[in-house]
Design a protein around this ligand. Structure first.
Ligand SMILES: Nc1nc2c(ncn2[C@@H]2O[C@H](COP(=O)(O)OP(=O)(O)O)[C@@H](O)[C@H]2O)c(=O)[nH]1
Ligand SMILES: Nc1nc2c(ncn2[C@@H]2O[C@H](COP(=O)(O)OP(=O)(O)O)[C@@H](O)[C@H]2O)c(=O)[nH]1
Lengths: 275, 275
């Protein structure tokens, strides 16, 4: 079955790296894309492309727990990278809407047998927050405000190895406060009546940890090496990577698709049919 | 005598931290300013202040090598922080110009005995580059292009502990290449005929290391502690802090003021008098 993951954030926040680390596969040829980007960015090129956020998709097959998964990662290069980022969220919102429309059309077909295999709706959005340690910026708030009613939002603190434990704690509190004040909801892993109390506690912890403080491994590895030490991506003492992996892949991928289908898509559909 | 240092960069890049570490003094009450900023940033406040870069100055007396120094740090909160950052450099350029004008006026006074003690011209600008590991952004290039003919530009890679040694090496090469292509000059510590070859080699190394890869210490300390290790600010294996300190304070402060007086100010003055 399909899993469609939208990744949004400024250039250089480790998006490609995180995707490779999450799915344990070199989906992006990182070295290749970095060479191209570094060699050819120049002032004229940036002016040609200025104010244009593009939508890129990359699809691959992933094996998780013996199950084959059609993974599609949707990215928006240019988002947050220009001098003027006004309306930079529009191409992204349009992309989400067009995928909803695509599903709406296929629902109306006579032969709908393939519909679940052609589900191109966005099942989750990872939003990459810059690890400033201060607060969310205007663009972060604007984007998350625009998107949270359209897809499952999972905010993450990118490159969190830059912040020590106290700074992460305070930064998370500020972020949660700002999201609350702006009525921005993010994905809440559901608990079920049949769950035991330990399982419920773990699921609540998964929710409390958001925004996940993430570190991505150096290319092809699951760690980052520095003169002063080695950061282990899978070590919960070092970052929240294992918890993000839990929510996104191991335990709640079905819930993300479910909520997209029964809540987010249905809201879109009824709003569209009313208007 | 006076030393006036302009610090420019997005919020959260460690500007206040670096100033405190450079001058070994808690010039910014970091905890205080972070509490205020975090508690009161909200959507409405940001909209009121939107598109308005402010100029803040903070002055203090510093002792260096037994010499007393009137240090003024000029900052531009808001630079790079809005959704639309068009013209965000203008208030900063205006500030530099107005300080040149101030000096021009005082040169024309009858009693000029105090002129050197009232030198408010910007002697150096530290420009904080985000440690993306990719390349300079459009705003970085635009700002440095606007400022390098008006004051001594020293570009630095902020929070460089986020990048490993290979990444820093590649990032520096890309940055230098982009600055070259855009004809942006940065401060070159001068060598003198009387210097011995070892001293010349060291001065050339100081220039080659730009942009300096910087790490600022945790509040009140000269290190940063993490579960995976301790980063030492003064350790040249960990970052270029000691080299920046060398250029800015220990060995080339006089050259920075000299170049401001004899080259940058004179250019401004002759352009102004011609027009
Ligand atoms: N310190 C640190 N660096 C990271 C992390 N993730 C990626 N990087 C580095 O940041 C740079 C940019 O990463 P990349 O994945 O290309 O960013 P993207 O532009 O968002 O796709 C690369 O040099 C990565 O090795 C992280 O979690 N911590
Ligand atoms: N990892 C890392 N964090 C830093 C560094 N310098 C400052 N910080 C942290 O980044 C956060 C913002 O620093 P601050 O000096 O207030 O940034 P400013 O907004 O540019 O003045 C604080 O939590 C600092 O402890 C650095 O070199 N490396």
């Amino acid at each position: 079955f399909n899993f469609n993951l939208l990744c949004v954030g400024q250039s250089g926040l480790g998006k490609s790296t995180l995707i490779n680390t999450l799915f344990n596969k070199d989906i992006y040829d990182l070295h290749q894309s970095e060479i191209g980007e570094d060699d050819f960015v120049s002032n004229e090129e940036e002016e040609e492309d200025n104010d244009r956020v593009k939508i890129d998709t990359i699809s691959t097959t992933i094996e998780e727990n013996g199950v084959e998964l059609n993974l599609t990662v949707i990215e928006a290069p240019g988002f947050g990278d220009f001098i003027d980022n006004t309306n930079s969220w529009e191409p992204i919102i349009d992309e989400i809407n067009s995928r909803f429309d695509q599903y709406l059309d296929s629902e109306n077909k006579i032969d709908r047998s393939n519909i679940i295999h052609e589900d191109n709706r966005i099942h989750a959005c990872l939003y990459f927050i810059e690890p400033t340690g201060h607060n969310l910026k205007a663009l972060d708030l604007k984007f998350m405000e625009m998107i949270h009613t359209k897809c499952n939002l999972i905010p993450i603190i990118s490159k969190s190895d830059i912040l020590d434990d106290n700074e992460i704690f305070e930064f998370k509190n500020v972020i949660k406060q700002q999201l609350l004040e702006n009525n921005i909801e993010y994905f809440k892993p559901p608990t079920y009546a049949v769950d035991d109390s330990e399982s419920i506690a773990m699921t609540e912890q998964l929710y409390d940890l958001i925004p996940y403080a993430i570190v991505g491994g150096e290319q092809g590895t699951r760690s980052r090496s520095y003169p002063w030490g080695i950061i282990e991506v899978d070590n919960p003492q070092h970052c929240d990577f294992v918890f993000l992996r839990d929510v996104l892949i191991k335990n709640f991928m079905e819930e993300l698709r479910e909520k997209t289908n029964t809540v987010l898509y249905e809201n879109y559909r009824s709003n569209k049919l009313k208007s």
